[in-house]
Design a binder for this molecule. Structure first.
Ligand SMILES: [Zn+2]
Length: 432
């Protein structure tokens, strides 16, 4: 029996109150044993949280973690041109080793900024799963199927692989890895393929993660071709479901918001990516008011350009207010819930809340900094003032992933060097 006591700090409780408390976690079960007043609990080992705030590990609800290799390669273009001219030609050259190198880099960046769980969409998923296993993090992974521009055999092979990967990797890394079936989007996977493969995924009880309504260019072709809004079309196919979440959901009308709420479909909101690609402003307060579960994602590092969920919370609050034309919309407490509890609910993890019996996934923020002084309201600080670099310790499943800003699960220097080498060679190959 090995128990770790996170001691000396203040603790963010599930109702967003903050109190002085210690957190005892079991390293055997990976769960929180108790949260109690200072001095009431004993552990075999201690993690010093004095002067700090203990929060649930953040949940990055939509990312492409290996895209760290493309960070800063091409900026300042709209989604379509950016994908076709810059991203896809380079991605076509990616090897399994590249993806491993990029994933490790991204996971280190997440650990450093207090993220303990992610939902990823990509390929070479076994490499990403191995990296997540080594990182000690929690993840929902999947293989992303695209059928446009492919012959029937290649298209089917993609969708088959998405189903196979979802079945095979579910429960990997001692249960820390779960999976989703992943049609890339409603415009990049053909209708016949969706109608054939989605029922198979549902009959296997697989969760589904796809991009939807990200840009106007994803809405118009569906309205033109099918005579209905994209999410009505998705619902007709059976895609909307309590175990489905869509990334983005920027251009959704009232009828689509109602559909999301009625079907229990969640949304992974990616504010920085939506701003950078000028995709638009998601109506987040309207989604929340309708009862839709909305988490927050960074999207890939190429459209962000970092994986810091504190930036993302701030962005979500800011763009949420602009979208609603209301400064009280998407308030500080709401974005903190979105990045913790809501994200965990979307991904299907028992984390995001510091209370006995839930996953021992947490981060300790060092409050001893000028930009966090004075401390009128720590929830406000989490939403608007904390940076990822303020995270001092990160714990997932009861294991310490970073202690005193030193990442313990990877040789960080080696990972960064390898990622830089792979990124340079990749760009060289793509330009040949
Ligand atoms: Zn994405």
């Amino acid at each position: 029996m090995s128990e770790l006591l996170v001691t000396g700090g203040q603790v963010l409780r599930p109702d967003l109150t903050v109190e002085r408390a210690d957190v005892l976690v079991s390293q055997d079960s990976g769960d929180i044993v108790a949260v109690d007043e200072p001095g009431a609990l004993d552990g075999d080992d201690e993690l010093d949280a004095s002067g700090g705030l203990v929060i649930p590990g953040l949940v990055n609800a939509h990312t492409h973690v290996a895209m760290t290799l493309l960070r800063g390669l091409a900026d300042d273009k709209p989604l379509d041109a950016w994908l076709q001219e810059d991203v896809w030609p380079v991605e076509a050259e990616l090897t399994a080793e590249d993806i491993r190198a990029g994933a490790e880099l991204g996971l280190i960046e997440m650990i450093r900024s207090g993220t303990t769980a992610l939902s990823d969409m990509y390929f070479e998923v076994e490499e990403i799963a191995d990296a997540v296993d080594q990182a000690g993090m929690r993840a929902v992974l999947g293989f992303t199927a695209v059928t446009v521009g492919k012959d029937d055999e290649a298209a089917r092979s993609d969708l088959r692989e998405s189903l196979d990967v979802a079945r095979k990797l579910d429960g990997a890394a001692d249960g820390r890895i779960r999976t989703t079936f992943q049609p890339h989007s409603l415009t990049t996977v053909g209708e016949d393929y969706l109608r054939e493969f989605v029922p198979e995924a549902l009959s296997d009880d697989l969760s589904i993660h796809l991009h939807a309504n990200e840009t106007r260019d994803e809405v118009t072709p569906i309205v033109d071709e099918h005579g209905q809004r994209p999410l009505a079309y998705a619902d007709d196919i059976g895609l909307l479901d309590g175990d489905t979440y869509v990334a983005h959901g920027v251009h959704v009308d009232d009828s689509e918001i109602d559909l999301l709420a009625e079907t229990g479909t969640g949304v992974a909101h990616c504010p920085a990516s939506n701003m950078k690609l000028a995709s638009g402003m998601a109506p987040v307060q309207d989604l929340l008011d309708a009862g839709v579960t909305v988490g927050i994602g960074t999207d890939g590092a190429a459209s962000n350009n970092d994986l810091d969920m504190f930036d993302e919370m701030r962005d979500a609050a800011m763009i949420g207010k602009l979208a609603a034309d209301d400064a009280s919309a998407v308030d500080a407490g709401t974005v903190v819930e979105m990045a913790t509890q809501n994200g965990a609910d979307l991904l299907g993890f028992d984390s995001g809340r510091l209370e006995a019996g839930t996953n021992a996934d947490l981060a300790v923020i060092d409050l001893d900094a000028p930009h966090l002084t004075p401390a009128h309201d720590l929830v406000s600080h989490l939403a608007y003032a904390v940076h990822g670099s303020d995270v001092r310790h990160t714990v997932c499943d009861g294991e310490v992933l970073m202690r005193d800003r030193s990442v313990e699960v990877f040789n960080e220097r080696a990972v960064r060097d390898r990622a830089s080498e792979h990124a340079a060679a990749l760009v060289e190959r793509a330009s040949d």
